[in-house]
Structure formats: structure tokens, C-alpha cells
Design a protein around this ligand. Structure first.
Ligand code: SF4
Ligand code: SF4
Length: 519
């Protein structure tokens, strides 16, 4: 049943406006996006394992830590979660299906893991490992990280339903989902009335046509695939005669992360795979423009495990600050002070304490401000949980701004280096290529701080818009009192972020020394 109260975005449909619909409905559209990234991943692994172990000259470290991260945030801001759309890890689905066929079974993902809890734990482990093992400076470790990623995606999707890895285990994808909260696009319906009449909901369950159904019956009779064709895939059978916008016969998978297009309220868990576009027999799926505050002022994550998703977004905001703080001089003074206080020289311990401290302090600050804002808005004390659910979106937005500023800083200082790094790849293997190492920065150094500060300021302005709208939505006239709690907090965090961007920053992954963000 379609949620009649749901209010989908109504902005222009980019699939139609940009004439992308035909491409999006093509059966191999995603493969066409994945193959170039797969080739790039192959370069990363080959150079990481066999190339020169110098980070600024190796494809692995420059492509992964400078370019990939910068392009991810740019794409998220301009269009949406394009990197999940082109994710080559999903090419492991084919080999994973083979394992399932051979095994004849598929396990259910444990109930207690159906939240973002595992992702939060993996992200914390990743950020810790990033500093502890200086991943950005090791092509070898970077290559193994990429290989490990492919192995984990394959192993999880070989045992559990497709999409389990993306939704519950992938730190990269969930980083993108969280930042896509302010992306200017979202999947939505073309006409909600068509969904009301749609019997099979193929955008969710997938679509099996007559031809594929015959094939499945034959296989079913053989007994080999009985488990694989039971359940939801039976519900996905759509007679070809009922398909009003045919784009081929056979099997079209539905949404593997369990999203139902007519009820979509956010980009959380949407990989922009466009399976729904291809599966819908009525061509009723759009990729719409929307206001960047739309998702966060409408509690968009309420049906996607709200509390854990918000914890993920909030922790990303505070870990983002710590991640950048680890590159500026005061960090080393802080680490030495902690080491002296504990009388230890164990770096791993100091780093672990700093990460746990930042995690606890960030959560405590968010929960305290949220509780005080609710107290001001309601005129009486309430529970921390609902207050956190209400105001955490403000911190998520602040976090997006800082990640964008941070990753853009690295990207803009080393974007053009990808050319000599690739030239060096071939030179190192005996080809007559002369790398042009003068290519590096994309913009003059004096622009870096204004760009970073601009990104942070825009995010702070957006966070203030969210503050006002949430306060008025939930507290009416009393919302003004709540704004006087959250507003100064937003400004204080933004000032802290700008100050951090202005400090001399360690130039990881480039040949430069510490670079002042300020002109
Ligand atoms: S398959 Fe198409 S028409 Fe049916 S519910 Fe999904 S989006 Fe709506
Ligand atoms: S199938 Fe699901 S994940 Fe893929 S684009 Fe559609 S809603 Fe997003």
C-alpha cells in the first residue's frame, strides 16, 4: 500500500530533462558506469602492490586518498551518490550468485545487525587504522584495503541477500548515504497514482517476465534452484502483456537495499543503481531535483532505522573534525600531553583514547544541546532520545560541510597530479614516458582557505535553516526559544571548523610540505 501521506519531491526529473532515461533503462547501464572504475581499481591494486612505494608517486595512494574522496564529495553536492552508482564492488555479485547456486541456500542477515551499528563500528576502526597505520602513505596497504573491500563485498553477498553489504556493512557507501542527506536529487515517482494501481511493485521486488519465468520453472523442476526462486521473486512475476513501457524481457532486479520508490523520503541506503528505473514496467520512476534541506527538515531517516542512522551522521561530523585535527600542529601537542599524563609512549593507546574521547565528547555535546533545545522549546524537561532524533540532523549538516571542505582541500591541492602519477606508472614499467611533476594544484594556494571556509559557511547557513524549520515545525511559537540554544551552537561549531581549516595542514599524499590553508 502506498503511503498516501507521503509527500515526494516534485522538482524536475533529470532522467527526462537530461535525456538520460533511455540510458538508465538500458540493462547494462550500471555496468557501463562500473567498468571504468573497475579499471581504475585495477591500476590501484597493481601499482600499490608492485609499484614504487612512494605515496605521492603511486596511483594507489593518490587516486584513493586525493582524487576518489574529492570527487565523491563534489559529485554528492552537484548530483548525488554517483560513486555508489558506479561502484565496481557490485561486480562481485555475479561470482556471489554462483556460490549461492552451488550452495543452494541464502542466509538471512541477523536481526540484531539490521541497523547501522556494524557500519559505525567499522568506520571507527577505519578512521583509527587510517591514523595508526598511516594508510595514506602506504601504497601497499592501500592496495590491500581495496582488495579486502572486494573480498568482503563478495563474501557477504555470497551468503546473504544481495544489497546486504551496501546497506549494513559498507563504510564507504554509508558515508555517501549520510552525506547525500543534502544532495540536490532524489529518486521519486513520476506519478504516485500509477503506483497505487501497480499490482506487483517491481521497483521493490524486481521483475521477471514470461520468458524468464519459463526458465525458472524448468530449473525449479530440476530441483537445483528451488530456494532461489521461492518467495519475493515469485511476487515479481509480471506478464509481458502488462508491461506498458518494455525495455526487454528477462529478469530485472528490484531495489536490493529494500527501498520502495513511492515511499522514499531520503537518500539513505539509495545507491543510485537505478534498478527501480529498469524494473518499473510503467516507466514511473524519476530522478528529481529537490531542495538540499528537504530530507533533513522532514526527518527523512525515520523509516531507515532513524536512531542508528543519526548516530552515524553525528559521529561522522565529529570524526571529521578529529580526522582534520590529526593533520595540524596542535594535534601533536595534544597527543604528547595525553602521553605525558598517562606516562606512556604507546602511540596506539594515545590515538585510541583521542578517538574514544572525541566520540564521547561529540555525542555528549550533541545530546546536551538537543536536550536543552527541547527544554527551551517545550518549556519542560523531556527524554534525551527524542531530542537527539529531532536535532541531530543539524549536526549531520555541519558534518557534511566540513567533510566537503576537508576533501576539497586535498583534491584541489593535488588534482592534476593524477597525470604525472599515471605517466610514472608506465615509466616505472619501462615505457618511454616523461612525467610532468609540475602538474599538481588545481587552484592557487591563496584560494584554498576561502573555498574551505565558504563550504563550511554554506553548511552552517543550511544548518541554521534546518534549526529554524525544525523548531517551528515541532514547537510553533515557542520554537524561538529552542533556536536560541541550537543557533549559537551551530555558529560555534562553524567557527571551530573555520579555525581548523586556517591552520597549517600536513599535505598527505602530495610532495608538498605543510601548507597554510590561509593565504
Ligand atoms: S514498479 Fe513503478 S509503478 Fe509500480 S510501485 Fe514501483 S515505481 Fe510505482
Ligand atoms: S533501486 Fe533502490 S537503491 Fe537503486 S536507485 Fe532505486 S531506490 Fe535507489
Amino acid at each position: 500500500m502506498v503511503d498516501a501521506a507521503h509527500d515526494p519531491p516534485r522538482g524536475p526529473d533529470l532522467l527526462t530533462r537530461l535525456r538520460l532515461r533511455r540510458f538508465a533503462r538500458w540493462r547494462h547501464a550500471r555496468l557501463a558506469l562500473q567498468l571504468p572504475v573497475l579499471v581504475l581499481a585495477a591500476f590501484v591494486v597493481v601499482d600499490g602492490l608492485t609499484g614504487r612505494p612512494l605515496a605521492p608517486r603511486n596511483v594507489a595512494t593518490t587516486a584513493v586518498w586525493l582524487h576518489y574522496r574529492g570527487l565523491v564529495v563534489l559529485a554528492l553536492l552537484v548530483a548525488g551518490n554517483l560513486f555508489c552508482a558506479a561502484c565496481p564492488l557490485m561486480l562481485t555479485r555475479g561470482p556471489a550468485r554462483l556460490v549461492k547456486r552451488w550452495w543452494g541456500r541464502e542466509l538471512r542477515w541477523p536481526l540484531w545487525l539490521r541497523s547501522k551499528a556494524l557500519v559505525v563500528a567499522l568506520m571507527l576502526a577505519f578512521f583509527y587504522a587510517y591514523e595508526a597505520f598511516s594508510l595514506w602513505s602506504s601504497p601497499w596497504l592501500t592496495a590491500w584495503l581495496v582488495l579486502g573491500y572486494f573480498g568482503a563485498a563478495w563474501a557477504i553477498d555470497a551468503v546473504f541477500p544481495a544489497g546486504t553489504f551496501c546497506r549494513y556493512a559498507c563504510p564507504l557507501g554509508n558515508f555517501n548515504f549520510a552525506l547525500a542527506a543534502v544532495a540536490p536529487t532524489q529518486i521519486a515517482t513520476v506519478d504516485p497514482a500509477v503506483c497505487e494501481r501497480c499490482a506487483h511493485k517491481p521497483c521493490l521486488h524486481g521483475r521477471i517476465s514470461d520468458e524468464a519465468d519459463r526458465e525458472e520453472r524448468w530449473r525449479d523442476a530440476s530441483g537445483a534452484l528451488r530456494d532461489a526462486i521461492d518467495g519475493p521473486r515469485r511476487a515479481a512475476f509480471v506478464p509481458l502483456a502488462a508491461v506498458t513501457a518494455p525495455n526487454g524481457a528477462g529478469r530485472f532486479p528490484g531495489c536490493e537495499t529494500g527501498l520502495f520508490v513511492p515511499q522514499l523520503a531520503s537518500n539513505m541506503d539509495c545507491t543510485l543503481c537505478l534498478n527501480c528505473v529498469r524494473a518499473c514496467p510503467y516507466d514511473n520512476v524519476a530522478w528529481r531535483l529537490r531542495a538540499p534541506w528537504r530530507e533533513v527538515v522532514r526527518d527523512g531517516w525515520r523509516h531507515r532505522g532513524r536512531r542508528w542512522a543519526l548516530l552515524l551522521g553525528v559521529l561522522l561530523a565529529w570524526w571529521g573534525l578529529l580526522n582534520a585535527f590529526a593533520m595540524v600542529p596542535p594535534f601533536f601537542a595534544t597527543a604528547q600531553a595525553v602521553a605525558a599524563a598517562l606516562n606512556t609512549r604507546a602511540e596506539w593507546l594515545v590515538l585510541a583514547l583521542l578517538y574514544l574521547g572525541a566520540t564521547a565528547a561529540g555525542l555528549a555535546a550533541t545530546a546536551t544541546v538537543a536536550w536543552l533545545a527541547d527544554l527551551a522549546g517545550r518549556g519542560r524537561a523531556g527524554a534525551v532520545g527524542p531530542a537527539f532524533d529531532r536535532w541531530a540532523y543539524v549536526v549531520v549538516v555541519l558534518g557534511v560541510g566540513f567533510w566537503v571542505a576537508h576533501y576539497l582541500f586535498h583534491f584541489l591541492t593535488g588534482a592534476l597530479a593524477i597525470v604525472p602519477v599515471f605517466q610514472h606508472f608506465f615509466e616505472y614499467r619501462g615505457l618511454a614516458v616523461d612525467p610532468n611533476w609540475r602538474l599538481a594544484q588545481l587552484v592557487p594556494t591563496r584560494w584554498l582557505f576561502p573555498i574551505g571556509a565558504g563550504a563550511v559557511s554554506l553548511a552552517a547557513a543550511l544548518a541554521l535553516v534546518v534549526t529554524v524549520r525544525v523548531a517551528l515545525r515541532d514547537f510553533g511559537a515557542r520554537g524561538l526559544a529552542a533556536m536560541w540554544v541550537v543557533g549559537p551552537f551551530v555558529v560555534a561549531v562553524a567557527v571551530l571548523q573555520v579555525l581548523l581549516l586556517g591552520l597549517p595542514m600536513e599535505m598527505r599524499g602530495t610532495l608538498l610540505g605543510p601548507l597554510m590553508g590561509a593565504p
